[in-house]
Design a binder for this molecule. Sequence first.
Ligand SMILES: CCCCCCCCCCCCCC(=O)O
Length: 114
Amino acid sequence: MQTMGINLIKRKLGANDNLKITILQEGNKFTITESSNFRNIEISFTLGVNFDYSLADGTELHGNWELKDNKLVGTFTRKDNGKELVALREIVGDELVQTYTYEGVSAKRIFKKA
Ligand SMILES: CCCCCCCCCCCCCC(=O)O
């Protein structure tokens, strides 16, 4: 989050956001329900088709998800500075592991099944 330019207060809030996501797949179409201390939103996208998404701090992204080797690979560009953010979603055991890479720095977020 620091590399993303997110300030200390927002980083502390973000680390305790109580984020829960639900992923519904219907063929190539995905619907994500995102629920956190900050917001409750629903996002729909089709694999390989660009869409807009705003992070909870307002940072706007544009990009898409693709399915590669049974993993979702997201390639997004920040609208404010044109830099790339790559996201990976994979099921490992009983967990959903999300890995984000930005400016050579990677972070992992692990979600447990409800
Ligand atoms: C270090 C904090 C970085 C957070 C990066 C979040 C990246 C989100 C990728 C785009 C998500 C699109 C909507 C979704 O599929 O849930």
